[in-house]
Design a protein around this ligand. Structure first.
Ligand code: GLC
Length: 800
C-alpha cells in the first residue's frame, strides 16, 4: 500500500454526508459537508462517469483517452431520492448514491440484481511527497467475480488475486508476471453471475489495481495524483462492455491498408542495403509471402532520427522503390530521443523552437538513448506534434517509406534507475501544464499520434501505418502495436498468446508479438509453433535482436521452412476474413481476437481458459506451446465445430485431445460459417483476385457470415465504395440455402465464387439460383462438392 510519507501518516480521508445536490442536464453533482463533490455524468444508458474532487474544485476536464467521436445519449434519466440514497435510473442501470458518504451501488435496471458496489468507495490520502492527493476507490467483489483486461499484462487471462501497477516501462526481456511493462490501459472488465461490467479509470498518473489480492473480497484502484475519475460501463454481455469502452476511447481512425495485415519481416538490424536485398530476394525465391521489410536503428547516421547512413544506404529512394517493385513496403524505426548535435538539423530546429522537454528548474531534460545524450520533444504540445508530423515529409513523400515504427517511447532512458524521465520534467499536456508524473503514461501515445498525423498527411491518398511500443488507452485510434522485447522461450509463446488476447479485450486489437522471440534464439520447432500463433494475430511480424543468430523463415532448415511457409500462406488465404474482422473492429469496436470468456461468458468453463481464442467470428485457434507435442488438450466452446484439417465435426463444451504434429495446429471452424479466401499471393496485390473462394461449413440450422472488401487502400470506402456481403446460411436435412445480401458501391475484380461445401450430408441432385435450375456443367460441379457460380446471386438452393 502506498504510504504518505515516512514523516507522518495521516491516513485515509472520506467524504461526509451530502448537503446539496444539483442537476444540469445529464450531469449530477453531490456536495458533502466536508467539501467533497461527486459529479456523475450519464453518458449512455449503460455508461456512467464518476468524478470526485476533495476541494469543490475540479481540474480542467481534459482527456487524451476519450475520443470526441464517442457516442452519447440515453433513453431515460430519472433522479429520485429516499431517506438513504439518491437514485439515478436509466434503461439499463439503477445507481444508488448514499447520502451518508457518497458510496454507490449499481444495479441492473431490468432484474434489479446488484452489479457493483462500493466498499469504502472513494477516499483519499494527502500526499506530502507530491502535494495533492493519492485518490482511491475500493469495491466489494461479488461472489465468484472474475476480472479481465487491463491492457498488456503478461499473466493469465483471469486477473483475480493479483495486483498491478500502471506505469509505461521499457522492459527488455520481461517475463511472466513482470509488471508494469510497456503499456497503460487502466480498463478492466468484471464478470459475476453471468453479468459483466467494466471500469475505465481515466487517470494518467501512476496507478494501481488490486483484484482481491490484498483482501480476498475487495477490488480497489488508486493513483498517485489527479482525480478519481472513472467510467462504469455495463454489459451485461462482456462483448458489449468492450465495444462500449472502445467507443469511448476510439476505434482506429481508418482501416489499415490490406498489406499491413500481411506478413512482416524485421530484425535488429538488416543493413547494409545488400543485406536487405538478400533477405527480400530469399522470400521471393523460396516463395514465402511477405509484405513488409523493416529497417531498425542502424539505417540512420549515428542513430539520428530522419537521417540515413550514407555508408549503408547510399540511395534510399532507389532502394525503397526497388523493394516496392518487388512487393515490399519499407518500414523504418523512429525513436523519440534527438541527439544533442548542433550540426543535426532536427536537433537545431527543436532547440530553436523550444520544443524539447525541460526539467522543473529550467534546464533541458537530457538522457541517454541509442545516439548517446539526447533531448526529447514534448509530444504533449500540439505545436510539437505538428512539427514532428511534418518531419516525415521526406521519408514518406520523397523516399517512399510506407510505415513508421515508434520505439523507446515510454520514454526509455538508459543508465538511470527509473529507466525514464525524472518526475519533475514539465509537459504542456495540450495546455494543461503538468509534470512527468501525469504525462509519463501518455508520452508514447502522443508521439505515436504525431507520427500518425505525419504518415496520414504524407501517405495520402494511401492509408497511414504506424507501430508503437508504448501506449495509453485510446492509442488504438492511431496505430498498431507490438508487445516489446520478449524472449525466445516456450513460456514466452504462451505469454504472447495471453498478451494479444488481453490487448484485444482492452480495445486494442492491432497487436502482435515479436514472433520467435526478440532476445535469445528459438530453435526451429519453437519458431514454427510461434508462427502458427502469429498468423492469427492482427499484427504479424518476426523480429529479433539478431545477436543470437538468424530468425528468418528459412533459418532453421527446410522442414521448418515448409511449415512456416504453409502457415504464412494460410494467413494470406484468410486475408479477406481477417480484413472483415478488422472492419468490424474499426466500425463497431468488436475485438478481432476473442478470449473464450469474451466469446461465451455464460459458460463458466471459459472463465479461467487461457490458450484457446476465437479469431474473427468463426475460427477457433489454439497454439501448441510445448516442445515435442503431437497434439494437445483444449477446450472447445459450446456448439459444433469442424476440425479445419480433417472436416471432422466435434461437439464443443468439453475439453478434448486434438492431434497437431509440427506441421499442424488445432484450428476449428464454427458450423454454418462461410469463410472467404483469396489465392496465395507473395504479397498483397500480386494477383488480381479473379475468383473468391467461399468455404461453406454445413449446419443444420442458421448462421450468418460477412465478407467486407474494398480497394484495399485509400479512402474511397468512406464514400461508400466498399462491398459488404452478408450470407445467410440455412441448412436442412436435404437442402442447403444461402441467401446473399450485398451493400456498398465497390465492384470486386472477381465475377464468380467458388463454393467449397464442407460436411454436406447429402448428394447434390439439383441446384437452383434465384429460382432457376442450373445445369451441373455450368457450375463446374463434378462430385467433389465444389461449385462455381456468379457472385451476383441472391438465393442459392442446393438440394438432395
Ligand atoms: C528496442 C525495441 C526493439 C528494437 C531495439 C533496437 O529494444 O524494443 O524492437 O529492435 O530497441 O532499436
Amino acid at each position: 500500500m502506498i504510504l504518505n510519507t515516512e514523516l507522518e501518516y495521516k491516513g485515509n480521508l472520506f467524504p461526509s454526508q451530502i448537503v446539496s445536490y444539483e442537476k444540469h442536464l445529464n450531469v449530477l453533482s453531490f456536495t458533502t459537508e466536508n467539501g467533497a463533490v461527486l459529479q456523475v455524468t450519464v453518458r449512455r444508458d449503460s455508461i456512467l462517469r464518476f468524478r470526485f474532487t476533495t476541494t469543490g474544485i475540479f481540474e480542467n476536464d481534459f482527456s487524451y483517452a476519450i475520443t470526441k467521436y464517442a457516442s452519447r445519449g440515453y433513453n431515460l434519466l430519472e433522479v429520485t431520492e429516499n431517506d438513504k440514497n439518491y437514485i439515478i435510473t436509466t434503461t439499463k442501470l439503477i445507481c444508488h448514491i448514499s447520502k451518508l458518504d457518497l458510496r454507490t451501488s449499481i444495479y441492473d435496471a431490468i432484474d434489479k440484481s446488484l452489479i457493483c458496489e462500493d466498499e469504502l468507495g472513494f477516499h483519499w490520502e494527502e500526499s506530502y511527497e507530491f502535494g495533492g492527493n493519492v485518490v482511491k476507490m475500493s469495491k466489494t467483489a461479488q461472489p465468484g467475480e472474475s476480472y479481465y483486461g487491463l491492457g498488456d499484462k503478461p499473466v493469465d487471462n483471469n486477473l483475480k488475486g493479483k495486483r498491478f501497477e500502471n506505469w509505461v516501462t521499457d522492459s527488455y526481456a520481461y517475463g511472466r508476471n513482470t509488471d508494469p511493462i510497456y503499456k497503460t490501459i487502466p480498463f478492466y472488465t468484471a464478470l459475476h453471475n453471468k453479468k459483466s461490467y467494466g471500469i475505465f479509470f481515466d487517470n494518467t498518473f501512476r496507478s494501481f489495481f488490486d483484484f482481491c489480492h490484498e483482501r480476498r473480497n475487495i477490488t480497489s484502484f488508486w493513483a498517485q495524483g489527479g482525480e478519481m475519475n472513472y467510467y462504469f460501463i455495463y454489459g451485461p454481455e462482456m462483448s458489449d462492455v468492450v465495444v462500449n469502452y472502445t467507443d469511448l476511447t476510439g476505434k482506429p481512425h481508418q482501416l489499415p491498408a490490406l498489406w499491413t495485415l500481411g506478413y512482416h519481416q524485421c530484425k535488429w538490424s538488416y543493413y547494409p542495403e545488400s543485406n536487405v536485398k538478400e533477405i527480400t530476394k530469399k522470400f521471393r525465391d523460396l516463395k514465402i509471402p511477405c509484405d513488409a521489410i523493416y529497417l531498425d536503428i542502424d539505417y540512420m547516421e549515428g542513430f539520428r532520427c530522419f537521417t540515413w547512413s550514407e555508408e549503408y544506404f547510399p540511395n534510399p529512394k532507389r532502394m525503397v522503390k526497388e523493394l516496392a517493385d518487388d512487393g515490399f513496403k519499407t518500414i523504418v524505426i523512429i525513436d523519440p530521443g534527438i541527439k544533442i548535435d548542433m550540426d543535426y538539423s532536427v536537433f537545431r530546429e527543436g532547440l530553436e523552437k523550444d520544443y524539447f522537454c525541460k526539467r522543473a528548474d529550467g534546464p533541458y531534460m537530457k538522457g541517454k538513448v541509442w545516439p548517446g545524450e539526447c533531448y526529447f520533444p514534448d509530444f504533449t504540445n500540439p505545436e510539437v506534434r505538428e512539427w514532428w508530423a511534418n518531419l516525415f515529409q521526406e521519408l514518406v513523400e520523397d523516399i517512399g517509406v510506407k510505415g513508421v515504427w515508434n520505439d523507446m517511447n515510454e520514454p526509455a532512458v538508459m543508465d538511470v534507475p527509473g529507466k525514464t524521465f525524472p518526475n519533475d520534467v514539465r509537459h504542456d499536456y495540450d495546455g494543461n501544464q503538468c509534470s512527468h508524473r501525469k504525462a509519463h503514461n501518455v508520452y508514447g501515445m502522443q508521439m505515436a499520434r504525431a507520427t500518425y498525423q505525419g504518415l496520414k498527411k504524407f501517405s495520402y491518398p494511401k492509408r497511414p501505418f504506424v507501430i508503437t511500443r508504448a501506449a495509453y488507452s485510446g492509442t488504438q485510434r492511431y496505430t498498431s502495436s507490438w508487445t516489446g522485447d520478449n524472449i525466445a522461450t516456450w513460456d514466452h509463446l504462451t505469454i504472447a498468446n495471453l498478451q494479444a488476447q488481453r490487448m484485444c479485450m482492452s480495445g486494442f486489437s492491432f497487436i502482435g508479438s515479436d514472433i520467435g522471440g526478440f532476445a535469445e534464439q528459438p530453435n526451429g520447432e519453437l519458431y514454427a509453433r510461434w508462427i502458427q500463433l502469429g498468423i492469427f494475430h492482427p499484427f504479424c511480424r518476426t523480429h529479433s535482436s539478431g545477436d543470437h543468430g538468424d530468425q528468418e523463415p528459412w533459418a532453421f532448415g527446410t522442414a521448418i521452412t515448409d511449415v512456416v511457409r504453409k502457415f504464412i500462406e494460410l494467413r494470406y488465404q484468410l486475408l479477406p476474413y481477417l480484413y472483415t474482422a478488422f472492419w468490424r473492429y474499426a466500425e463497431e469496436g468488436i475485438p478481432i481476437l476473442k478470449s473464450l470468456v469474451l466469446y461465451d461468458q455464460h459458460d463458466p468453463q471459459t472463465h479461467y481458459r487461457n490458450d484457446e481464442f476465437v479469431f474473427g467470428e468463426k475460427i477457433l485457434a489454439c497454439p501448441i506451446t510445448a516442445p515435442n507435442q503431437t497434439g494437445r488438450r483444449l477446450y472447445i466452446p459450446r456448439g459444433k465445430w469442424y476440425n479445419f484439417w480433417s472436416d471432422e465435426v466435434v461437439e464443443g463444451g468439453t475439453e478434448q485431445w486434438v492431434d497437431a504434429d509440427l506441421d499442424s495446429m488445432p484450428i476449428f471452424v464454427k458450423e454454418g460459417a462461410i469463410i472467404p479466401k483469396y489465392p496465395i499471393q507473395q504479397y498483397v496485390g500480386e494477383k488480381t483476385i479473379d475468383e473468391l473462394l467461399l468455404d461453406v461449413y454445413y449446419k443444420e440450422g442458421k448462421e450468418t457470415s460477412e465478407v467486407y472488401e474494398d480497394a484495399t487502400d485509400g479512402y474511397d470506402y468512406i464514400k461508400g465504395r466498399y462491398s459488404l456481403r452478408t450470407f445467410k446460411l440455412s441448412g436442412k436435412k436435404k437442402e442447403l440455402i444461402i441467401q446473399q445480401h450485398k451493400s456498398g458501391k465497390f465492384i470486386t475484380t472477381y465475377k464468380t465464387f467458388k463454393l467449397n461445401l464442407h460436411g454436406l450430408p447429402f448428394k447434390i441432385s439439383k441446384v437452383e439460383i434465384d429460382n432457376v435450375i442450373i445445369p451441373f456443367k455450368d457450375l463446374e460441379l463434378n462430385g467433389d462438392n465444389t461449385l462455381v457460380l456468379t457472385k451476383e446471386f441472391s438465393e442459392l438452393h442446393i438440394m438432395a
